[in-house]
Design a protein around this ligand. Sequence first.
Ligand code: HAM
Length: 444
Amino acid sequence: MIQKPKGTYDLLPEDTNKWQAMEKTIRNVSKIYNYKEIRTPIFEKTELFHRGVGESTDIVSKETYDFIDRGNRSNTLRPEGTAPVVRSYIENKIYADKFPVTKLYYMGSMFRYERPQKGRYRQFAQFGAEAFGSTSPLLDAEIISYAVSVLKALKIKDVKVHLNSIGDAESKEAYKLALVDYLKDDLDSLCHDCNTRFKTNPMRILDCKIDSKSDFLQNAPKPLEYLNEASKNHFADVIKFLDAMDIAYVIDESLVRGLDYYTHTVFEVKANLETLGAQNTICGGGRYNTLVSSLGGPDIPGVGFAFGLERLMFALDSINFKGDPSYLHLYLMVLGEKQKEDGIAILNRCRLGGLFSDIDYMDKNMKGQFKLAGNFNARFVAIYGEAEKADGTINIKDQDNGTEVTISKEQLYNHIVQELMKPSHSCEGCSEDSCDTCDEEEEN
Ligand code: HAM
């Protein structure tokens, strides 16, 4: 038997239900913040990630899925969404649009060749957002508030925003020099990977899983100490705006993030939940003021974040999130070979009208079909057998209250929609079993 590739998973129907509910909430919050969806290809030219994310990052140096296509081009399955969105922003000249600030969001699969464990996969999904066009700290604060609002809307608690600033290019450079100067005296105490990072990307040493807890690294210089005046002011304003919105955060001086493009604000959201296990960073992001220009675009700043959607799902497990219940409006029970032609026509009429409906394909008896209708959580069971065919009727049973009615078979659809499913709530004209507006009205 062929099994799925290592580090991947199948999302089975009972869970897709939960995902769809999660995605619906995410899209709704995105609308509230006025972000529009963008969809970019799942693979890009390899060069994009080398230049965008950075040669010496773990993602590019160890984790990309690269392939040469039949035209001898080197492509890479996207390991993250920011570089592709920036590429698209430049290529489609979105910056020349009528809006000075462009606010985009995306959801989709990303690919990293990592060591799989709970919450860490080789194919995983992200929901990310990117805002281009302004250096205003208002936008940094907005992007953090957007991430927090998604968690609020999903009712996920026990989360903490970790916040830091690595400053502008000048501050980053000053910091790197100070860090290298500090580290060079005791390289032997660092792990093998950190010795490599020392040469290629010293800032990454700060969040090394092995070394970061050591006294040597705990006492290392921190980026905040090397911010120049402009960077200090920017960070102070971000904090001021977060405070104004009552958004809680902790300053995490060791937070540097694993991608090269960040400048100024960096942040992560960590959830302290048993359902997540060790991979408890559910969101990461920050500002990137030079990425657009370094990928060949104009000098335009950006800021964004990305959530790991599997991790968000695990967080939702902690509140027993179920998603929308699965149900049918109608289960049509056709009894006997001769009734099938009429049966499929009746079913088709109901489906064209929008009723969630199904039928038996296995010539099951009545008992078996009632059982199936129950498994499908069907609200109405309509029975069409020999007797009904003879007098042109159909019998409908309401599974909620046990009432039964026999009507003309042509009337089935209209009777269900106009008589039986009439909303008991006040939302005018609503025939939905589950309607957000009505639910809200009922709650209030
Ligand atoms: P990142 O920190 O690499 O940032 O990934 C963001 C989130 O994706 C992580 O916090 C985590 O929840 C999830 N994630 C990452 N790798 C995996 C994996 N192997 N399995 C499951 N989940 C994973 C970025 O990707 C940046 N592009 C975020 C960003 C957008 N910064 C600015 N704009």
